[in-house]
Design a protein around this ligand. Structure first.
Ligand SMILES: [Zn+2]
Length: 155
């Protein structure tokens, strides 16, 4: 059995941040999966379902309002509820860092939850704009840390 790279990192030592989880090349396409770590595993409370679901809707929506929207392939919460994965095409670390900062700033100003109608979502009862905005504020502070901007951490 082949192990997954994300299973081989020591989650006990993982700090909040922005990490390159994996990089794959398919022909001319460079696909990078970024690990948006918001909570320290086993040390901080995990995100609630409401926080995770709400930030997912907001982040997916606002990343796609930015000029590099077409390079965002997927946005989704980790099952462990300590962070998110964003899968990108041809988007380097500095660019995803800038895009995430801009998206979180837009989320902090959001006045409505995107995709909150029953037909648009599998469980709109767990969407809460205030909860999603709180996560955006929390992650924005993490993204503003000088160690992230100047020295991309490696997993
Ligand atoms: Zn949903």
């Amino acid at each position: 059995m082949t192990n997954l790279p994300s299973f081989e990192i020591d989650h006990d030592l993982l700090l909040p941040g922005l990490y390159t989880s994996r990089a794959d090349v398919f022909g001319p396409a460079s696909i990078t999966t970024y690990d948006l770590r918001i909570r320290r595993p086993y040390k901080d409370p995990t995100l609630t379902v409401e926080e995770g679901h709400s930030f997912e809707h907001l982040l997916a929506y606002y990343l796609r309002q930015l000029p590099e929207a077409k390079k965002i392939i997927y946005v989704g919460p980790m099952g462990c509820l300590t962070g998110f994965y964003v899968i990108t095409c041809c988007l380097d670390y500095e660019s995803i860092h800038q895009n995430l900062m801009q998206a979180c700033e837009l989320i902090c100003e959001a006045t409505k939850m995107p995709g909150d109608k029953k037909a648009m979502c599998g469980n709109n009862r767990t969407l809460n704009l205030a909860a999603g905005k709180n996560v955006a504020r929390e992650y924005l502070n993490i993204l503003k840390s000088p160690t992230i901007a100047d020295n991309p951490p490696k997993l």
